[in-house]
Design a protein. Structure first.
Length: 119
């Protein structure tokens, strides 16, 4: 398979003029999820999701709209990116060697970033 075909198979792209991305329940997370919307954030619950081996990268780009990520215990989380106005989670929990890692890259003007860890 070509490089571009492989990359497309490993990526979920969500484009919306208005409205964000909301996923919960059992679902399969691809290696890379990209959500782009001028107005709209993301609300992703990974507690029942199947993560790819090694983890996943989630990219959120919007002018207005935050990011809420709920992860199961035993998953590492790294938050990067910027937001001009909005609260950003600083403590993503302890790092666990060998555990899958979810990287959240959140870029926006208005909207915070919140990470919750399931118990």
């Amino acid at each position: 398979m070509s490089e571009s075909g492989s990359a497309a198979k490993d990526t979920t792209l969500h484009l919306a003029l208005l409205g964000g991305l909301d996923r919960r329940g059992p679902w399969e997370v691809r290696r890379r999820t990209v959500a782009i919307s001028p107005v709209g954030g993301i609300d992703l619950d990974l507690t029942e999701a199947t993560l790819p081996e090694g983890g996943a990268t989630i990219v959120k780009v919007s002018f207005v709209g935050g990011a809420k990520l709920r992860v199961p215990a035993g998953v590492n989380v790294v938050v990067e990116g910027f937001n001009v106005i909005g609260r950003r989670t600083r403590d993503t929990g302890p790092s666990m060697p060998g555990a899958p890692t979810v990287r959240l890259l959140a870029y926006g003007i208005f909207g915070g970033v919140r990470v919750e860890r399931a118990r």
